[in-house]
Design a protein around this ligand. Structure first.
Ligand SMILES: [Zn+2]
Length: 335
């Protein structure tokens, strides 16, 4: 550790759980944050300030005004520019701590790219908003023996749970299949910004403890910052019949065709596609309507819809939750 690093992280080094040895480990660590929305943007900021050496940020979406009340890294200008969250986060993090390496990935985590995106992580932090992504993370993490920290928040309530493969229950020990039925989301039930930071803090503390070699208890933390109550209970024991961590079946790692998906109750659909030359697309669409483009994405207004197309060929179609409508708009305008 350099003298400058020793000074910069001095108050953290004084904390016995970290110490000089822990700080050295953090400086050499790599954490992957999956989803850079409310939870993930807090994770990323805390990790950068703590001096985690390499931070990979994966996010598929762009910033909107309605994100700003709870997504701690982002500012009005980011929303006005319609920047992808991963790119805006990297820009902000470089100002917070220029010595950490940030790897921003504007991408949707899928079975085909999970190895490339999550491989090499010391710990994976869950900043996603859906169980499809969490089951994929769980299958990958358990198959590779990588620890990950589940987290979720809605309303004033939140939950966090670490998964240490081989030692603690995995997500499928607790939820054998993704919870069915309509789940409350931040878009339908609202969310307080402070429950997000509270849950994200619990997740980051677990991640730091793992990286510093501390012994982590297998427990589930639930909190409600409005109605009161913070509870920690021991996580259930590992299920000896768990298809994932006991039987070693990883169905979520298998690539299936990727149908369009409705995004977490926000009147938008994501359509998958193939890598695309954004400048060509922007030029083509300008003949048909209003286009805004930056180096990461092209936004095309086709009232009452709005499409944002990324370089990996994905599009987010806003203004509908009908996957058929989204697919046909994609076919018409992108190809
Ligand atoms: Zn399990």
């Amino acid at each position: 550790m350099t003298a400058a690093e020793r000074e910069r992280y001095s108050r953290q080094i004084l904390f016995p759980g970290i110490g000089e040895r822990g700080q050295e480990l953090l400086l050499q660590s790599h954490i992957v944050v999956v989803g850079c929305g409310a939870l993930g943007s807090f994770h990323a900021a805390a990790l950068a300030r703590a001096g985690v050496g390499t931070i990979t940020i994966i996010d598929r979406d762009y910033i909107e005004e309605s994100n700003l009340h709870r997504q701690w890294l982002f500012e009005e200008a980011d929303a006005a520019e319609g920047l992808p969250k991963a790119a805006a986060a990297a820009r902000r993090l470089s100002r917070i701590n220029s010595s950490v390496r940030v790897r921003p990935l504007v991408a949707d985590l899928t079975p085909s790219n999970v190895e490339e995106l999550l491989g090499g992580a010391g710990v994976i932090l869950d900043g996603t908003d859906n169980f499809e992504a969490r089951f994929l993370i769980n299958d990958f993490a358990v198959s590779r023996g990588l620890p990950w920290i589940y987290g979720a928040a809605v309303g004033s309530y939140g939950i966090a749970m670490p998964v240490i493969p081989g030692r603690t229950a995995c997500l499928r020990c607790v939820y054998p299949t993704p919870p069915g039925g309509v789940q409350p989301t931040c878009e339908t039930a609202g969310v307080l910004n402070v429950i997000v930071s509270a849950v994200a803090s619990v997740q980051v503390a677990d991640a730091l403890k793992i990286l510093c070699g501390g012994e982590l208890r297998a427990r589930i933390t639930t909190l409600d910052v409005w109605n009161g109550g913070i509870r920690q209970v021991d996580a259930p024991p590992r299920d000896p019949e768990c298809p994932c961590c006991a039987r070693g079946e990883f169905p979520y790692l298998e690539e299936s065709s990727r149908p369009p998906v409705t995004l977490c109750g926000r009147d938008a659909v994501q359509v998958a596609g193939r890598a695309i030359e954004l400048a060509d697309l922007a030029a083509r669409l300008r003949r048909l309507g209003e286009v805004r483009a930056n180096e990461y994405a092209v936004r095309f207004l086709c009232a009452p819809y709005e499409m944002t197309i990324f370089a990996d060929g994905r599009a987010i179609v806003k203004g509908t939750s009908d996957t058929g409508v989204a697919r046909s708009l994609y076919a018409r305008y992108v190809g």
